[in-house]
Design a protein around this ligand. Sequence first.
Ligand code: FES
Ligand code: FES
Length: 155
Amino acid sequence: MELKLSINGKTYSISVDPTDTLLHILREKVSLTGTKNGCNQGHCGACTVVVNGKAVKSCITKARKLENADVITIEGISSNFNLHAIQEAFIEATAVQCGFCTPGYIMELFALFSTSPNANIEEIHKSLEKHLCRCTGYQPIVDAALLAQEKIKNA
Ligand code: FES
Ligand code: FES
């Protein structure tokens, strides 16, 4: 099938199999490798991107559901060489170690704070619980989320 969709504000028309995953399309068809393949089974959250305003696991999102979708990946949230506030917060809170899980967390929070800038701590925890990190012990990630929320509110 020929799939038309927008990725980071750019329109693409891509030849895909209907069962191809969004993760495969991003990494293999349009060379956006910031989105990571952790488990490829919907368990770890590393592949999270934003589709039509919602955080989704791209490894279990099939091409046939993406006609005219609006996709935002980690490559699409910074402008020129300026990092997004959530990216800055992850660096400042030392929430990045190997970094493999980081794009997924950041896109999850991007979706959350876009729709709920005043999300409370329970809502933040609920979003972060969908993700696995093997390195940080999680507290720095919670700290980063709270710092990001403050930065976005004060921007
Ligand atoms: S790679 Fe998609 S959830 Fe793990
Ligand atoms: S920073 Fe290594 S998996 Fe999270």
